[in-house]
Design a protein around this ligand. Structure first.
Ligand code: BJW
Ligand code: ZN
Length: 251
């Protein structure tokens, strides 16, 4: 795979790189993106409509069952070459920060060390009422059925997924860190995101405005093209390993 010489030079000279990831980074692990249709119990639902506090309030077992199904799926998936290539880049840079919108744990499992989670984690639920964190056991009912959420041991409230739904604020520490890293990075790689969900979608543009070289890895176009320095069109699991090799391990 050939890459523009100027892009490789940017990567080789970079001290700080931010890799901004979305659902497409996990697609080659077998995890559907938000643009993919749902199956089973949820097949007539838009994932965007299920990812709301209103959907959970209206039917907790329906929404909790969806997250348990996804947790089971993730437990049975492995990081893909895109996750491993991102982790490998750490070896060649003084700072590599993964700013992710994903709620799976595949970046961690591939060995990434510095991860900023803008939309929370499916593995860290908490009480809807008193916000006490709740420790999940292994998933036992992830077959695609409705599952009543556990009850909070402190207040008997319902336990909810530890993710950020539409209309909810992003965790302020994660958001502030993402802004800081975007402002300081030399290169920002935007990988596998449709760039339509705000405020996360502002991160690549803010990095570009503050002087970073902006690169997108995606098989499709997104709204980000006018701001890009380089567009690498294709699956992240093919492009990123080849890019890391070309930039840092040339023959
Ligand atoms: C590949 C690939 C391969 C495939 N390799 N690539 C109007 C304007 C601006 C903002 C708003 C607005 N109206 C409403 C808002 C606010 C709203 C918003 O942005 N809505 C938009 C839809 C317009 N945002 C919010 O509500 C946020 N909070 C907020 O703004 O707080 C302030 C506020 C408070 C009160 C009232 C109003 C505002 C919160 C957003 C939370 C998003 N949460 C979710 C669910 C998380 C939990 C879960 O996982 O269930 O986060 S929604 C979903 O979208 C998830 C994702 O992280 C996020 C982004 O999606 P992503 O990752 O980009 O995935 P896809 O599927 O969209 O795209 C996949 C891409 O991969 C595609 O491009 C493919 O081509 C590509 N691809 N294979 C590389 N192999
Ligand atoms: Zn509680």
């Amino acid at each position: 795979m050939e890459f523009p010489r100027e892009l490789l030079t940017h990567l080789q000279a970079a001290e700080k790189v931010v890799v901004f990831t979305g659902a497409g980074a996990s697609a080659e692990s077998g995890i559907p993106t938000f643009r993919d249709a749902l199956t089973g119990l949820w097949e007539n639902f838009d994932p965007m409509a299920l990812a709301t506090p209103q959907a959970f309030d209206e039917n907790p077992p329906f929404v909790w069952g969806w997250y348990e199904w996804r947790r089971a799926l993730v437990a049975n998936c492995e990081p893909n070459p895109a996750h491993y290539a991102i982790a490998e880049m750490q070896n060649y840079l003084s700072s590599l920060v993964v700013v992710t919108q994903n709620v799976d744990d595949l970046h961690e499992r591939a060995g990434a060390k510095d991860i900023v989670r803008l939309h929370g984690s499916m593995h860290h639920p908490y009480c809807r009422d008193c916000h006490l964190p709740y420790t999940l056991g292994p998933v036992t009912r992830g077959g695609g059925e409705e599952v009543p959420p556990p009850q909070c041991p402190q207040c008997q409230g319902l336990v909810r997924p530890g993710v950020v739904w539409f209309g909810e604020s992003l965790p302020s520490d994660a958001w502030e860190r993402a802004l800081e890293e975007a402002a300081q990075c030399d290169v920002l790689l935007s990988v596998g995101t449709s760039s339509v969900v705000y405020p996360a979608a502002d991160i690549p543009r803010l990095a570009k405005e503050q002087g970073a070289c902006l690169v997108q890895v995606n098989p499709d176009e997104t709204g980000l093209e006018p701001f890009l320095d380089f567009s690498l069109q294709g699956p992240a699991g093919e492009i990123l390993p080849a890019l890391v090799e070309a930039a840092y391990e040339p023959a």
